[in-house]
Design a protein around this ligand. Sequence first.
Ligand SMILES: [Zn+2]
Length: 262
Amino acid sequence: MSLDTTIRNVQSALGTTVDGNPGPATWAAIHTKILGKKPASSAGLDAIIRAVQKKLGVFVDGSPGPATWAAIHLAVTAKKAPDVPKPSDQSAGIGSGKTADSRSEGNIVTLHPRVQPFARALIERAAGQGIIIKATSGTRSFAEQDKLYAKGRTIPPIGAKHTVTGAKGGFSNHNFGIAFDITIFTGSSDPEKAKTPVYESPLYKVIGSIGTGLGLDWGGNWKSRVDEPHFQLRPAWAADMEEPAMLTELRKRKDIGKDPFA
Ligand SMILES: [Zn+2]
């Protein structure tokens, strides 16, 4: 991704050379603006950048990325950065991208390409904590969703306890490639051999916090119907939307062939 416009805007606002390539002069001006004083003459570039990051409350690593530049842009120009994407639906740097176990991969490939690395990263990070999870559900067509909805309603056995979903076709996030469900498995430390599903476990909350840390929505945080196995990647445009409004827009986009993340 390009930060070029963001950096040039900052340089322009500070009156330094506008070249999109921030050096000591730009960083000294940023430091002066944000900390209210010039950097010490003995301070190296790394120390200056870290001091700026610390003051802005972003991750202090001396290596300014999109989050640092977004914060600088806002502080210097009082406007949101133009070419810094919201972090919510971007997957850069969240995992190694290596493929998961075969069952998970079978479901992951049904997801929108933007969502796939999030599912793999969740599985990888859970494994890093010694928890084997698999993606056990991915994308469903409207017809498949309708069939699930019919279970317990028109498909016997009939009865509330036999229903499996409250969503008809087009009314589940699973119908648009943005959602997947996971299940914890035990029985082996090798994910291919771990075949015993665990449906109730406090470890789902651990997975939930890993997922939200990656930027995923977690069904365990839902108020009306808690759904701990459920994760979804919320498109940036839906950041402040309630679920029904987001689904309405997703259906509209599907009708006209517009990408859910465009
Ligand atoms: Zn789900």
